[in-house]
Design a protein. Structure first.
Length: 153
């Protein structure tokens, strides 16, 4: 379940990255460095106030976070949550956890103080992530179940 979640998280991260690139192209918004800022706060020897450190870490932390948060989808499956319900819970846990972390590290204000554009972008991209991660997870789970049925037959 965890490995399936990690693979699904990678696919979800790819989809979220694509949605971010499309949205930035349409809106003119600059890329977020929040993942890199989180990394700079959490990794020894990095300066959280350094733009260079945040930019250097940004892509790696973005992908590592997305892939590892996919494992949470596997945990939800183990708890008996599947399909759209699991994806909705996954989204809620991911978004509130991220918003709480950003605030705790002093990277961002509380979400109700964000601009409408910031909130729309963050919610939208994380919804893409949770949806694609969930669809991928469910498809991989179904494939594994079918394979088990073939082996039993």
């Amino acid at each position: 379940m965890i490995a399936r979640g990690l693979v699904s998280g990678a696919v979800g991260t790819a989809a979220m990255t694509a949605s971010e690139l499309l949205e930035m192209s349409a809106s003119g918004r600059k890329p977020s460095t929040v993942p890199g800022q989180v990394g700079a706060h959490l990794l020894p020897g990095r300066d959280p106030d350094s733009t260079a450190d945040a930019e250097a870490l940004n892509t790696a932390v973005h992908w590592a976070h997305g892939i590892t948060m996919g494992a949470l989808r596997g945990v939800l499956d183990a708890a008996g949550l599947r399909g759209p319900t699991a994806s909705a819970v996954h989204f809620a846990l991911l978004w509130t956890g991220d918003a709480t972390l950003y605030r705790a590290l002093g990277i961002a204000e509380l979400p109700w103080r964000w601009t409408a554009a910031e909130l729309r972008a963050d919610l939208g991209h994380k919804a893409v992530y949770a949806t694609v991660t969930g669809l991928t997870y469910d498809a991989l789970r179904a494939r594994a179940e079918e394979a088990r049925e073939v082996v039993r037959a």
